[in-house]
Design a protein. Sequence first.
Length: 133
Amino acid sequence: MKKDIENRADIELLVNTFYEKVKADKQLGFIFEEIAQINWSAHLPAMCNFWENILFYTGSYTGNPMNLHKHLDQITRLNDANFDQWNKLFLGTVNELFEGEKAEMAGSRAISISKIIKQKLSDHRKGDTASDL
């Protein structure tokens, strides 16, 4: 039986495992590696802070994911297939490593966040700045 996500170490395992899959993914890897040229030593701790805040309400994340995604979308259009693949990899990683209340919360929050970002990007492309986060 797998355990639930219980602490920062579990979040680090989730985030690091997930992003290894992203880097290797034919659809998403090039976006992170070649287009965004992610600084992994900064990105991974930020994503751990993000998920720690999402799951444990720590207040450890202070970034603005919407602005980052809007900027990236201006460089290369993020499409439904990109979001679907991100969700598939994230949910697969959660399910591979964990089970329980926090694991379920991570999956449902990931889907919700993905939908919100996708909708806000669509609104932004149409010029609806009132919808910006």
